[in-house]
Design a binder for this molecule. Structure first.
Ligand SMILES: [Zn+2]
Length: 270
């Protein structure tokens, strides 16, 4: 009788002990929080998600993040839901390996490594948008480079590279940036620029602030649409030259708050 009891205890305890070891290992490796972020920043992040949906840059897919102001090794991003539905309670904190600080059962975006690896590679970047913005897709799969056509998209003047996932991930990926190695390769293609296109997938847009990353995402989409229209008219297209573009970018930078406040107000009103 006692033998049976002992055997049963061993049988029952083995999986429990395993679970405890796993939980302890997780507790040891889970990143430490940088602390609560300013509620105004969280509200801006919620607004950014909704604005990008309102402006047709994201749909059910796509994501936007912001670097944690208290620790450059952390960033904030929604759990895995459609951007238009994001609320403050959905915002999670990640380290630059894109491990969640406190998941509490919430699912993370598969492609969160885009954000972590760009924050690691680009100390100047404070916000990152990943989208499948429809008008930019043709420029990732053709030989026509995306170039600034008008003053609102002057920030594109450094050039817009195209990331080829076959180079980094081999011939048979599912096109998604689903690990840190692909995220690093994508950050390498972005280089020091504001935008990188992803062949057959979408784009990543970065900025020194959330409003700037949102502004750039919106006007990258608009520029792509206008450029395709101009090219369809036939004949050569006149783009901004680098000097014009640098001056236009400087002028527009001082007015970026105007559309942001409008978009933000509308997005948070519902
Ligand atoms: Zn994607």
């Amino acid at each position: 009788m006692s033998t049976v009891t002992i055997d049963r205890r061993v049988f029952l305890c083995a999986p429990l002990a395993g679970a405890l070891v796993t939980a302890r290992a997780w507790a040891q490796t889970a990143p430490v929080s940088a602390g609560p972020a300013d509620p105004k920043l969280i509200e801006d992040l919620v607004a950014a998600n909704r604005v990008l949906a309102d402006q047709g840059v994201v749909d059910g897919y796509g994501h936007v993040s912001v670097r944690h102001p208290a620790d450059p090794q952390r960033y904030l991003m929604s759990r895995s839901i459609a951007p238009e539905m994001v609320t403050a309670g959905d915002v999670m904190e990640y380290d630059l390996d894109s491990n969640p600080v406190d998941a509490r059962g919430r699912a993370s975006y598969l492609e969160r490594f885009i954000h972590g690896e760009i924050y690691r590679a680009r100390p100047d970047v404070t916000a990152v948008v990943h989208n499948h913005s429809p008008s930019v897709i043709p420029f990732g799969v053709s030989t026509a480079p995306l170039r600034p056509l008008y003053h609102m998209s002057a920030f594109l003047w450094p050039g817009v590279p195209v990331f080829e996932i076959r180079t980094a991930g081999g011939p048979a990926t599912d096109m998604l940036i689903r690990d840190a190695s692909l995220g690093r390769a994508l950050a390498g293609s972005l280089g020091a620029g504001p935008v990188v296109l992803m062949r057959g997938h979408g784009a990543v847009v970065v900025g020194g602030s959330l409003p700037e990353a949102v502004f750039r995402s919106v006007y990258t989409e608009v520029n792509a649409r206008l450029q395709a229209q101009a090219m369809a008219l036939g004949g050569p297209v006149t783009f901004l030259d680098p000097e014009e573009a640098k001056r236009a970018q400087a002028s527009i930078a001082g007015t970026m708050g105007r559309p942001w406040e409008l978009w933000r107000k509308k997005a948070l009103a519902r």
